[in-house]
Design a protein around this ligand. Structure first.
Ligand SMILES: Cc1cc2nc3c(=O)[nH]c(=O)nc-3n(C[C@H](O)[C@H](O)[C@H](O)COP(=O)(O)OP(=O)(O)OC[C@H]3O[C@@H](n4cnc5c(N)ncnc54)[C@H](O)[C@@H]3O)c2cc1C
Length: 465
């Protein structure tokens, strides 16, 4: 148990990317008496490396987005500065490696036709989204599914549905039925930073980037945070707030006081009952939280005693097409990143992720082996190891990254990030354009900290009068 007798200026709840970038901003502004309360025993949150089959793999964020655009992605710049190993993800040859439900490859032309159709739909959607935004009609939005219908491009065949899953569910972790056209197309990261995605595979993990930022504001020894302002295993369960301060209670009975609190847990955590607010958050705030969306996206890692899949240039990614949407659909083998590791992973999302989280690993492994045997033949060996992250059932996450639902207005999003008295809200979901991704979390932390710094200055000014 711990208790702060003297109130901190600021308490930051959560030490993910947004919490750490907020801490750095506060420190840079000379506000040093902050406290960070983190529910787990590590920093990084949804950026989380783990050891699997003798190598470092990422349970959470994996890709750095975009190069060659209008601006530089700050995450990429840090990765470069610390020589974090990353690899360009080349999907260009996937039409040569797309497997049918019962085995055998699709003809390349058929896959390319489906990919071209999906691309043309995205281009149509991008134009339409621009028109909707230019019209300045508030609330004028539609779902990605409605876009496909309007454009007579609703996917019909299992192959088209798989490509649709790859294009949308694989990015937003939710189906086009849910997702907003206006806030997804054109893809904000691509516009800002440029096309392309770079897969981080480095012993330090993607979290090397978080540590690089944390080192500028927290005390470190031998690559470990030793700062007494950072408390691990402090799951916040109650926040009593007013105009002038906040009292924060954690599950182990500790009590902390601060003039201002910054909350960085995912929107899924805010939607759950983990934290009780006293007084209850106003209806406009609760609606803004509950109506936003958090998808679930799962990379299932597998290790085999030997390789049985094609290797070499252009073979990194392959698709499996099943009549059930997204059924073990997107595959990536890590021979490029970890030669000889015999590791690959399959990505599932949304309802499939939730279904898989609820069943024993052995059942999932059996389903996966059946799929792999359809693709590569009956004689392939069983996986010796499997790792299935469970982001949705984890009470400190409740999903993986936020998604903007169709019809969710800009005004509602302003409510989502609006402060209430001494309580400030940050996290990837609060960034109006870059929500969902690590860079969005990074910028959200900075923006929220700037608002808090202004509040601290205002309050100091009024005390001096
Ligand atoms: C599987 C997966 C794949 C992803 N892929 C990519 C990708 O390729 N590229 C990309 O850019 N982004 C990706 N993301 C998204 C990216 O990881 C997140 O957008 C970003 O890390 C979110 O940072 P955050 O600070 O907003 O939230 P979080 O990382 O969730 O940080 C919040 C912190 O609050 C803590 N917390 C929660 N509840 C409490 C409580 N009650 N008390 C105290 N602490 C609490 C949590 O433990 C956590 O440390 C992925 C995420 C996942 C999970």
């Amino acid at each position: 148990m711990a208790s702060s007798a003297k109130p901190a200026s600021v308490i930051i709840v959560g030490a993910g990317m947004s919490g750490i970038s907020a801490a750095k901003q506060l420190q840079d502004a000379g506000i040093n008496d902050f406290v960070i309360l983190e529910a787990t025993d590590r920093i990084g949150g949804r950026i989380h490396k783990v050891e699997f089959g003798g190598h470092t793999v990422e349970q959470g964020a994996n890709w750095l987005h975009g190069v060659g655009g209008l601006e530089k992605n700050p995450m990429f710049e840090i990765a470069k500065a610390i020589n974090l190993k990353n690899y360009y993800s080349d999907f260009s040859q996937v039409s040569l490696h797309t497997y049918k439900q019962e085995g055998g490859l699709y003809p390349k032309e058929e896959v390319e036709a489906a990919l071209t159709k999906a691309k043309s739909n995205e281009e149509f959607g991008t134009e339409l989204a621009k028109t909707l935004s230019d019209n300045h009609v508030v609330d004028d939005d539609m779902s990605l599914l409605a876009l496909e219908r309007l454009n007579h491009m609703e996917p019909k065949t299992p192959l088209e549905k798989m490509i649709d899953f790859y294009s949308f569910d694989g990015e937003q972790a939710e189906s086009p039925t849910v997702t907003s056209l206006k806030h997804i197309l054109p893809r904000p990261e691509c516009v800002l930073y440029g096309e392309g995605a770079y897969f981080v595979a480095d012993q330090r993990g993607f979290e090397g980037i978080v540590h690089e930022i944390a080192k500028t504001c927290l005390a470190y020894k031998d690559d470990r945070v030793i700062d007494s302002r950072l408390y691990y295993n402090k799951a916040v369960t109650e926040i009593e707030y007013s105009e002038t301060g906040a009292t924060i209670k954690t599950e182990d009975g500790s009590v902390f006081h601060a003039e201002t609190a910054i909350l960085s847990p995912s929107v899924g955590v805010l939607q759950s009952d983990l934290i009780t607010f006293k007084p209850q958050l106003p209806l406009w705030k609760r609606r803004a939280i509950d109506e936003f969306s958090l998808g679930t996206y799962t990379k299932i890692f597998l290790k085999f005693p030997k390789k049985f899949w094609p290797t070499g240039p252009g073979t990194e990614f392959f698709f499996y097409v099943h009549e059930r949407r997204g059924y073990y659909a997107i595959w990536q083998q890590l021979d490029n990143e970890y030669p000889g590791s015999n590791i690959m992973f399959v990505t599932v999302a949304d309802q499939e992720s939730i279904r898989i989280e609820q069943q024993p690993d052995e059942e999932t492994k059996a389903e996966i082996m059946e799929v792999l045997r359809k693709m590569f033949g009956k004689d392939i060996p069983d996986a010796t190891d499997i790792m299935i992250p469970r982001w949705n059932s984890d009470r400190f996450y409740r999903g993986t990254f936020s998604n903007w639902p169709a019809g969710y207005t800009d005004e509602k999003h302003e409510h989502l990030r609006a402060s209430i008295g001494s309580l400030y809200f940050t996290g990837e979901h609060t960034h109006p354009q870059l929500f969902g991704y690590v860079d969005g979390a990074y910028f959200a932390g900075i923006d929220t900290a700037k608002d808090v710094i202004n509040r601290v200055i205002r309050r100091q000014g009024s005390k001096n009068i």
